[in-house]
Design a binder for this molecule. Structure first.
Ligand code: HEM
Length: 132
């Protein structure tokens, strides 16, 4: 236990807490909340528990294709750099509010690197003068 009372991410229950808190923020967010208007939350949250359990503890519980689903999402509702920045800000904020340690750092790093790859593939190269 750290001085400030936070500990590291240790169990799948911790993952669930992060995912629940994160999407609580996301669903109320003016900028990215609307993308989730038609979302079946219990189904999405279950998918995300598996996704993050796999990303942090290599549990083998997720074998979907997020790039494909976000490319499809982008075709219907265009995603831009500002959406990705907001997503990342909320994710980092959520992890920092709840946990501290190596796994917490890993979770934030994973989120950022996937987000950068997704953004580059979907929105385009973010150093291009044409991107916005
Ligand atoms: C601009 C930022 C983003 C937006 C607006 C967004 C939005 C969404 C939406 C609307 C869904 C579908 C939910 C449903 O079932 O209705 C989804 C699924 C998902 N998102 Fe994102 N997302 C963003 C970024 C990210 C990032 C950076 C990651 C990974 C670190 C991620 C991981 C996932 C995963 C794993 C799924 C489930 C895909 C599947 O069906 O297997 N998203 N997202």
């Amino acid at each position: 236990m750290k001085k400030n009372g936070k500990r590291d991410i240790e169990t799948v229950e911790d993952i669930k807490l992060i995912v629940d808190s994160f999407y609580q923020k996301v669903s109320q967010d003016k900028l990215i909340g609307p993308f989730f208007e038609k979302t079946n939350w219990s189904k999405h949250l279950a998918t995300m528990y598996n996704f993050w359990d796999n990303a942090i503890f290599y549990s083998g519980t997720y074998n979907g294709n997020p790039m494909k689903s976000h490319t499809r999402l982008h075709e219907k509702n265009p995603l831009s750099k500002k959406h990705f920045s907001q997503w990342n800000k909320l994710f980092t904020q959520t992890v920092d509010e709840l946990f501290e340690g190596e796994k917490a750092e890993l979770a934030k790093r994973r989120a950022t690197s996937i987000s950068v790859v997704m953004q580059t593939k979907i929105v385009g190269n973010n150093i291009s003068p044409l991107s916005s």
